[in-house]
Design a binder for this molecule. Structure first.
Ligand code: ZN
Ligand code: ZN
Length: 327
């Protein structure tokens, strides 16, 4: 099969033809139709995340069809349309797993990091961690739901009932979360890289009530803010614009260092927290909610062999919405 392989940190992906994987017990073989390109893929490629499987097939926003079943799989049938997210497996036994927080399982494995992912014609996944997908969106448009959508949803839930919601970084996750937030009657204030006029227009097109530079103050204080951009400097910036009792949620897996900040920015029961990974329940809730909104995704498709170019454009902020590899 064709696959884009990464051999080590800070090296370009290379087109290769490894053998087609075989599904083990409890696994499914998936013929990949589309795979989203997530900022986490950049962090894995750059060596920001320790100890990836190598060589590795990146990609954890996989949409495809079930091509074969391993033993003991009853959840899917051959030909089913299926999605594979970041969370690839959890132990099911630890305190986190038993306490509805499997996203924090110490033994968890992740698609496109510890497990081969979807920048390939075929991949295998643990059936218990794959999702049946709703109709209504094509394969390419569905791919960003598997991470930007699902983890974005968890991030939105972490803000509580905030009515005035700031979103820092208006990429794949931001553009989906904005639609969910509007559907829930919240008002979205979008913060983009200073001077990035297209990103501001994109946010306004999706219903943001205001869009401005990340280092400026919004026209009114906010009840909560989500930071999707991997920029630690934004934590004090966001704390400055949320009201007492407000929450700042860091939605990314990696961020540059957070600078020291005066305590009065945190005082007033403001909360800074992160969101890590997703639970299967997050995925199920989001996939049930998305068609009700209905969530529409803005995608830029790239052929599988152009994965390096898709990653470059994500790094440079040259994308409107989400990059998706079509296979
Ligand atoms: Zn992701
Ligand atoms: Zn566990």
């Amino acid at each position: 099969m064709r696959a884009m392989l990464i051999d080590g940190p800070r090296r370009p992906l290379r087109l290769a033809d490894p053998p087609q994987p075989k599904p083990g017990p409890g696994q499914i073989l998936i013929q990949v139709k589309a795979c989203g390109v997530c900022r986490t893929d950049l962090h894995v490629a750059d060596g920001d995340l320790p100890n990836p499987k190598l060589p590795l097939v990146l990609g954890h926003e996989i949409v495809g069809t079930v091509a074969a079943l391993g033993t003991g799989v009853s959840r899917f049938r051959a030909g089913d349309r299926v999605g594979v997210p970041w969370l690839g497996w959890t132990c099911g036994e630890c305190g986190y797993c038993r306490g509805s927080r499997e996203n924090l399982c110490d033994k968890a494995t992740f698609t496109g990091y510890n497990l081969d992912g979807g920048y390939a014609e075929f991949t295998v996944a643990n059936a218990a961690f794959a999702f049946p997908l709703p109709e209504g969106l094509g394969d390419t448009e569905t791919a960003p739901l598997l991470c930007a959508g699902m983890i974005g949803y968890r991030t939105l839930v972490a803000t509580g009932p905030a009515e005035r919601l700031g979103i820092y970084g208006f990429g794949a996750a931001g553009h989906i979360v904005a639609q969910l937030a509007r559907h829930q009657g919240r008002r979205v204030f979008a913060f983009t890289r200073p001077g990035d006029a297209p990103a501001k227009q994109f946010a306004l097109d999706l219903g943001a009530v205001w869009a401005g530079d990340a280092d400026t103050a919004p026209p009114e204080p906010l009840d909560a803010a989500i930071i999707f951009a991997p920029v630690g400097l934004l934590v004090p910036a966001a704390l400055k614009v949320v009201v007492k009792g407000g929450t700042v949620v860091c939605g990314g897996i990696h961020m540059s260092d957070i600078p020291t900040l005066p305590y009065h920015l945190l005082w007033g029961e403001r909360v800074v927290r992160s969101v890590a990974n997703l639970t299967r329940r997050d995925g199920e809730e989001f996939l049930a909610l998305a068609p009700q909104v209905p969530v529409r995704t803005e995608v830029q498709p790239f052929p599988l062999a152009d994965a390096n170019e898709a990653l470059r454009r994500l790094r440079e902020g040259e994308l409107r919405g989400a990059a998706v590899l079509t296979v």
